[in-house]
Design a protein around this ligand. Structure first.
Ligand code: SF4
Ligand code: SF4
Length: 327
C-alpha cells in the first residue's frame, strides 16, 4: 500500500524569521515561504503555502526541505470521508516562534546570530500578524506556546505588546530566551507557572562572563535573575555552554552550579557544547577534549550531592558518546 506521512509540527507551527516564515522548529531546513509583502501574511496565504507541504507528505513524498528530519511519521492514508471533511487547515497554530529580530546588547563569542544575520533591524512587525491570526481564529487559544528566540528580547520593541496580546487571548505558556542583562517588567504579568525564562550564563564568575560575552554584566544578570525569582512564577533555566580554553574547567563549573543552587527553585541546569565546534567544524570531525568528560563526571557527582537536575541536549549527548570519532 502507498505510504502516507504527517508532521504535527508542520501543521501547528509558525516560526517567524527575518525574511521568511518557516512552518516548523526543526534543525532541518524545514518548509518555509519567503515574505515578499507583509500584507500577505494572512490566513489564505499562510494556509496555501503550508498545504502544499502537507499534501506532499500525505501523498508519500518527502519534501526536500524535510529530508533528514525525524519528525514526520507514517500514518494510514485518509479515508474518503476524511479527505472530504477534515482539511489540514483545521489544525490551528499551537506554537509561535518569534525569531525575526537579531539585535542584542552583548556580543557572545559563540553567537551564531552575528554570523548569520549581522544584527539587522527587524524588517517587519509581528504584533499585527498575531492580532490578525487571533481575529481569523487561526490560533488554538487553549494550547498556544509562544517562544521568543532572537536576538535579545529586551531590544525588541514589540515584546510587551506581544505578551499583552497573547495574555488577552488566554495564552499563559511562554518560553523566553534572554541574556538577562536588562530586567523585563512584562514578565510579572505572566501568572502561570508553565512559563520559563532561559539564560545562557556559561560561567560562575564576573571575569569569565566578560570574556565570553564581551560585556561586564555578570552582577546585573545575577541581580535580574533574583528579581525574576522573587517577582514572578516563571521557572528559570540556566545554561552552560562549554567553550574550549575559556570555561572548560571544574572551578568555573563549580562556581556556576553554586550560583544555580541559590537562583533556581527547581534547580534545573543544561550543559551544552559550543556549536562552533560541533556544527561549523562538523566536517573536521570534532574530537571531544578529555577534560569535557572530567567536567561532566564532576557535574554528575556534584548535582547528585546538591539535588541539582542537570541535562544535556540530545545532540550534545550524542557527540559526547561518540568521543573522538566522527559525528
Ligand atoms: S518533517 Fe521536520 S522539517 Fe519537515 S515540517 Fe516536520 S519538523 Fe519541519
Ligand atoms: S545573548 Fe544570544 S543573541 Fe546575544 S550575543 Fe549572546 S548568543 Fe548572540
Amino acid at each position: 500500500m502507498k505510504k502516507s506521512y504527517r508532521c504535527k509540527k508542520l501543521e501547528t507551527t509558525l516560526h517567524f524569521l527575518p525574511k521568511q516564515i518557516k512552518f516548523c522548529c526543526s534543525c532541518a531546513e524545514g518548509p518555509y515561504f519567503e515574505i515578499a509583502n507583509f500584507n500577505q501574511t494572512d490566513k489564505k496565504t499562510i494556509e496555501k503555502a503550508k498545504s502544499k507541504f502537507i499534501k506532499k507528505l500525505a501523498s508519500g513524498k518527502i519534501p526536500k526541505e524535510c529530508i533528514g528530519c525525524i519528525d514526520y511519521k507514517e500514518t494510514p492514508p485518509k479515508t474518503l470521508l476524511e479527505k472530504l471533511f477534515i482539511k489540514p487547515k483545521e489544525q490551528k497554530i499551537q506554537h509561535i516562534i518569534v525569531d525575526h529580530f537579531k539585535q542584542c546588547d552583548c556580543n557572545c563569542i559563540y553567537c551564531s546570530q552575528k554570523i548569520i544575520h549581522k544584527r539587522n533591524l527587524p524588517q517587519y512587525n509581528i504584533l499585527p500578524i498575531i492580532q490578525q491570526l487571533y481575529k481569523q481564529d487561526m490560533i488554538d487559544r487553549d494550547n498556544l506556546l509562544i517562544e521568543f528566540q532572537g536576538g535579545n528580547v529586551s531590544m525588541l520593541e514589540e515584546f510587551g505588546g506581544i505578551i499583552e496580546e497573547c495574555l488577552k487571548n488566554q495564552c499563559q505558556n511562554f518560553k523566553i530566551l534572554t541574556n538577562g542583562i536588562k530586567y523585563l517588567p512584562e514578565l510579572e504579568k505572566i501568572k502561570d507557572n508553565n512559563s520559563s525564562v532561559s539564560v545562557s550564563l556559561d560561567c560562575g564568575t564576573r571575569e569569565t562572563f566578560a570574556k565570553i560575552k564581551n560585556i561586564d554584566a555578570f552582577d546585573a544578570v545575577i541581580a535580574n535573575l533574583n528579581r525574576i525569582k522573587e517577582n514572578t512564577n516563571l521557572s528559570i533555566e540556566l545554561k552552560y555552554i562549554i567553550i574550549k580554553d575559556v570555561n572548560d574547567n571544574i572551578e568555573e563549573v563549580k562556581s556556576f552550579l553554586n550560583t544555580a543552587k541559590t537562583l533556581i527553585r527547581n534547580r534545573a541546569v543544561i550543559f551544552d557544547i559550543d556549536y562552533r565546534d560541533i556544527m561549523i567544524n562538523r566536517s573536521n570531525n570534532f574530537k571531544v577534549p578529555a577534560n569535557y568528560y572530567e567536567i561532566m563526571e564532576f557535574v554528575q557527582q556534584y548535582s547528585k550531592e546538591n539535588f541539582i537536575n542537570y541535562n544535556m541536549p540530545d545532540f550534545a549527548k550524542s557527540v559526547m558518546a561518540k568521543g573522538n570519532n566522527q559525528i
